[in-house]
Structure formats: structure tokens, C-alpha cells
Design a protein around this ligand. Structure first.
Ligand SMILES: C[S@@+](CC[C@H](N)C(=O)[O-])C[C@H]1O[C@@H](n2cnc3c(N)ncnc32)[C@H](O)[C@@H]1O
Length: 492
């Protein structure tokens, strides 16, 4: 009966889990009481405090799945250094782990952990500010086999600070200045050689520039065992998350990272990619075919930044007549006539997986800051780029390899656009693409003829990149999954 009283999402997740023998039922009462205690405590916390200190607790379901997936034994020392109300350690206790340790800066959350994890060792301590020696001494711990948890995420600023020494603060600042970066670095200090760290962290750790120092160090010096994409798991946290599991040891030459995805209640779709394939950004390939397409497009062609040396950035005009993002549509405008001359492309700055790039020839018009402007030397080149930008190949490349399969709204910013591969040596198709774009500019928007021209453009662009039938079909299928039916003739 008590299941009915649980919040709906908790209930849905619970039903995904194996059931139940008599001892489990007793456990479940404990779990129910635990969930009540942790949920009501989290609700009491002021929103400002939660945001500044990155407080959002992990549900027992996910904590349990993560622990089950780790290659650890029941005697291992498991530590969650930012344990909150202790969902990881509660799950560890349920699964029979003997040596569980938890710390948190928040005294009340530690009291809840103590109450529900009878075999746990808990202390209230600032694990991001204190030295790792102090933390180990406080626990009387020699070695930590495994660090788990969901560390706080929040950018360091006047409201979010860490009370640590200058050297540590500089290290954090050089790697993205965020609480979760501090937690990751601390975890490497705390865990034994060859020990494991399994943390839920923001997915953008995999690809954004701010985190590149730490990411590159991890790629070079640690063994990444698994990366699991869990999407936007926490409804009240911005962005998407991953589970990153790392072994504190040098990677071997042949080591492969296993990528997975959370599907309903399991970690599925494993794909193995050599760790040494990555130097900096870590792309989550969903299949080997995806990786092949990436290699083909990246290695065979130059990037847009090699060819376009003009301005790529936001519009700056505040003039009333300047074009805004919402006025742009594919190959034209809602209220503005496509100009005859000039060398700018206007791109809606908001990028969604459903629509892909939405851009038009900007000529000599002025653009507001909701537009990304791409300026190039010639009008012809602008038309060619407009064709490429709207192609399925280009949108596939952006979604998969630049936005790392994010389901959220992204921005068509310079750093992503600059990576788009181009094959301008193919003069014949260059002219055909320009020609097709000019026809699209003069065609009635979303008319049958307009859709036919878009198909023609796609065909030309598949050819120019020399993609084979399998690769082309795969891109078509992937884009059909993400593009809205609006972009298909008759909605199909
Ligand atoms: C995202 S919550 C996760 C809690 C728990 N690991 C879980 O998964 O449910 C992050 C936790 O980090 C704690 N925290 C924030 N700053 C801390 C610090 N400097 N030292 C220790 N804990 C900290 C917060 O109080 C919060 O409980």
C-alpha cells in the first residue's frame, strides 16, 4: 500500500526494479521512510541555498543502479564525500556493502544519513575546502577503494565559494571554476591508486572549452571506464547529466571507454571507443557507424574556420529595423525581403534538434543579438554555406558531434559553426549548390517545390562529402528521428 503514497516519479522508477522476497519487503518499509525523510528535508531547503550549494539529492533508484554497475566488492571502502542525505550509502547498505563512509557540509543532512544507514560512518566536514589529509584523518581512513556520488554543481562566484588554499582554488579556476570540478579533483586525491570514482556530473564536461584542462588530464592520465548519458535526469537542475566512472590509473594503449545510455530503468546500448581516440572533446558515439561518419567528415575535409576568415558572432545592432532571430526562416524571412547583395549570413541563434539550422542570406542588412552573423568574402560563398548549413549532413554533424546529442535547446554559436566540414574543392557541386539555394530563396516557403529543392540540395551535399549508401541512410534515419515532420513534404 505504501507505494501509492510515493511521488509518481519515484513509484515509476521503483516498478522497474526486480521484486521482492520477504526480507526485501522489510527493507522497503525502511526505504519508504527514508524516501519520506529525504524528500521532506529537500523540500524545506531554501531555493537560493540549494542553487548556491548545488543541493539536489539523487533518488535511490539511480544510486542503486550505479552501485550495481561498478566492479567493486562488498568489503571495499566506499565514500561519498558530498553525501547529502546519503542515497548512495543507503543503497550500498541495502546491497550489503560493509564499509560505507559519508561526509557533507550540511549537518542536518548528515543526521538523516546516520539515521537510515545504520552501518555508515558519517561526519560533517567541508570536503571541498579541507585538505584530503584532513578528510582522511577525520574518518581514520587509510585507503578509499571507491568514491561515489553526485557532487554539487555551481559556478564559483560571490555567492558560491570554497574555503580552500590558493593553489587548490587556482587549479579549479583553470579547469572551469565549478564546485563539481573541485569535487572531481578532490576525489583523485582521496581515492587509492587503482581505485574507482563514479560521479554524476554535468554532461557538458565532455565537450565545453571551460573544462578542457581537467578533461585532457583525465584522458591522458586516468582510465575512463564508462560514460553513461542519463539525459536531463534532475528536473530542477539545468542541463543534462552523465555518470562518469574513472579508474585512478594510467590508461593502457588498448583501453576502450564504454559509452551507454539510460533507457527506462537500465544502462543500455554499449559502444566501445578507444580512449586514445580522444585528445580533448569526448563525443558520445551511439554506434561505430556514427564514429565512421565522424572520421570521414573530419579527416577528409577542412573545417569552416579554415575557409571563412570573416566575422562569426552575434549581431550587435539595436536599430529598430535590424533583423531579429524570430524573423528568419530557412532561406528567407517572414517580413524582410532577401537582399540582393552583400556578404553576410544570418542564423537564428537558438538551435533546436527539431528544426536544425534556420538561416538566410543577410546581404547588407543589420542584425540584432538574437542572430549569429557569418560573414564571408563573396556572395556566392554565402549562398554555398547557406546550402550546407541547412543540409541533413551538417545538422547531423552539429547535433551528434558538436552538441553531443543534447536534447536541449542549443545556440548556433561560432565555436560550433567553425567546426562544420566543407569540401569547396568540388567546384561542380559548389555551383550546383549555389544554384539550388538561389532557387529556394525565390520559391514559396514550404511549398511542394520548396521541399523538392531541399531534397535536391541534400542529394548534392551527400555527394560532395562522398558518403556511401549506408552512411547516407543512417543520417537520413537519424535526422528523421530528431527533425519535426514540418520539414518533410506531406509531413513524412
Ligand atoms: C547534488 S547534492 C548530492 C547529495 C548526494 N550525494 C546525493 O547524491 O543525493 C550535493 C551535496 O553536496 C553538499 N556540499 C556542497 N558543498 C560541500 C562542501 N564544500 N563539502 C561537503 N559537502 C558539500 C551539499 O550539501 C549537498 O548535499
Amino acid at each position: 500500500m505504501f507505494l501509492k503514497k510515493l511521488a509518481k516519479h519515484e513509484r515509476d522508477r521503483r516498478y522497474g526494479i526486480e521484486y521482492l522476497n520477504y526480507t526485501d519487503i522489510k527493507m522497503d518499509n525502511l526505504e519508504f521512510n527514508y524516501l519520506q525523510a529525504t524528500n521532506s528535508y529537500e523540500k524545506l531547503l531554501p531555493l537560493d541555498n540549494k542553487k548556491n550549494n548545488g543541493v539536489f539529492y539523487t533518488d535511490v533508484f539511480l544510486a542503486r543502479q550505479i552501485l550495481k554497475s561498478l566492479p567493486i566488492s562488498q568489503k571495499d571502502v566506499i565514500l561519498d564525500p558530498c553525501c547529502g542525505t546519503g542515497s548512495f550509502l543507503f543503497s550500498a547498505y541495502q546491497q550489503g556493502y560493509k564499509n560505507v563512509f559519508g561526509a557533507d557540509i550540511d549537518k542536518k543532512s548528515i543526521e538523516i544519513s546516520k539515521k537510515y544507514v545504520p552501518n555508515g560512518n558519517f561526519i560533517q566536514i567541508d570536503t571541498l575546502g579541507a585538505s584530503y589529509k584532513k578528510i582522511k584523518t577525520a574518518f581514520k581512513l587509510q585507503e578509499v577503494d571507491c568514491i561515489v556520488g553526485n557532487p554539487p554543481y555551481s559556478v564559483l562566484n560571490s555567492k558560491t565559494t570554497i574555503n580552500a588554499d590558493e593553489i587548490f582554488l587556482e587549479e579549479i579556476s583553470a579547469s572551469g571554476n565549478n564546485l563539481f570540478i573541485a569535487a572531481l579533483i578532490r576525489a583523485f586525491d582521496l581515492v587509492k591508486d587503482d581505485g574507482l570514482i563514479s560521479y554524476i556530473i554535468p554532461k557538458n564536461f565532455l565537450h565545453i572549452d571551460a573544462y578542457s584542462n581537467l578533461r585532457k588530464n583525465i584522458l591522458k592520465e586516468k582510465t575512463i571506464l564508462e560514460i553513461i548519458d542519463i539525459g536531463q535526469y534532475f528536473s530542477n537542475v539545468r542541463g543534462e547529466q552523465i555518470i562518469l566512472t574513472i579508474k585512478n590509473s594510467l590508461p593502457t594503449k588498448k583501453h576502450k571507454i564504454i559509452f551507454k545510455k539510460l533507457v527506462v530503468s537500465d544502462f543500455l546500448n554499449p559502444v566501445a571507443i578507444s580512449q586514445d581516440f580522444y585528445e580533448n572533446e569526448i563525443i558520445h558515439f551511439r554506434s561505430e557507424l556514427e564514429q565512421d561518419i565522424f572520421i570521414k567528415l573530419k579527416k577528409s575535409f577542412c573545417a569552416l574556420s579554415d575557409i571563412c576568415k570573416g566575422y562569426i558572432g552575434r549581431g550587435k545592432s539595436k536599430h529598430i529595423s535590424s533583423v531579429a532571430g524570430r524573423d528568419v526562416r530557412k532561406f528567407g524571412y517572414k517580413r524582410t525581403v532577401v537582399p540582393k547583395a552583400g556578404n553576410q549570413i544570418f542564423i537564428q541563434n537558438i538551435y533546436s534538434a527539431e528544426a536544425g539550422i534556420i538561416a538566410a542570406f543577410g546581404g547588407n542588412l543589420q542584425a540584432s543579438e538574437t542572430i549569429t552573423i557569418l560573414t564571408d568574402g563573396s556572395e556566392e560563398m554565402c549562398k554555398y554555406l547557406l546550402g550546407i548549413l541547412h543540409s541533413k549532413v551538417c545538422n547531423f554533424y552539429l547535433q551528434k558531434f558538436c552538441y553531443n546529442n543534447s536534447k536541449l535547446t542549443m545556440h548556433s554559436d561560432a565555436k560550433y559553426l567553425k567546426k562544420i566540414p566543407l569540401n569547396i574543392r568540388d567546384k561542380k557541386s559548389f555551383n550546383q549548390i549555389v544554384n539550388c539555394v538561389e532557387k529556394l530563396e525565390n520559391e514559396y516557403y514550404l511549398s511542394f517545390r520548396w521541399y523538392d529543392l531541399v531534397d535536391e540540395l541534400d542529394k548534392l551535399i551527400y555527394e560532395t562529402y562522398g558518403l556511401n549508401v549506408e552512411q547516407k541512410n543512417f543520417i537520413e534515419l537519424s535526422m528523421k528521428e530528431s527533425f519535426s515532420s514540418r520539414w518533410y513534404k506531406n509531413g513524412k
